[in-house]
Design a protein around this ligand. Sequence first.
Ligand code: 4FD
Length: 234
Amino acid sequence: MKFYILTLFPEMVLTGLRTSIIGRAEEAGLLSLEAVNIRDFSANKHHKVDDYPYGGGAGMLMQAQPVYDAFCSVAAQIGRKPRCVYLTPQGRVFEQAMAKELAGEEELVLLCGHYEGMDERVLDEIVTDFISIGDYVLTGGELPAMVLVDAVSRMVPGVLTNEESGSSESFEDGLLEYPQYSRPEEWRGKKVPPVLLSGHHKNIESWRREQSLQRTRERRPDLWERYLQKFSKE
Ligand code: 4FD
């Protein structure tokens, strides 16, 4: 899987993503990251990529031309028009099922906006998917793009070790993870739940399942309702 990130801050995105598991996966050849600096495609002698909005209003807009040319350079490189995700608070709210679906793509372009937004015409021209990572506003689309690349990458076969993928399986059925404990057996007067020390694997499994159900009901009533809906259909 190849990710192309169109951004004004290529170093931020690459440094962040290459710091841990995604960097290891790239070195193993399981995925690749390419940051495309939108500023490199400015037609302006001062490398300007923003301008005032027609009709007035606060702030600056990213201009269509450099963004379009950056996208076209990627399309030319791969020989076809790839899917292009624009990270925006106006997008569909990102969830695990979308990460899984996007992991099936050969290439993915992530477009990171800045300033107060982007000329609508380039969005019409190149964007296939409008995605939001949650209902809040950030100063740029880079952090959302990094979130998306991370979530999609860990769905690519081989990116996680068996050990690493084990704990994610619980989100698989839409429930929250059960609580976990390591040494020592007692810390600040808090004991590890005895069932976990019992060696009784069936009991451990059912205790964990019960914790997952209880946690989801208490902390995420929205996920709990969805789980019940799914359960009533199956
Ligand atoms: N919730 C998100 C995405 C981007 C962003 C931006 C329009 C602002 C939050 C386009 C307005 C891009 C999100 C940059 N903030 N900020 O996914």
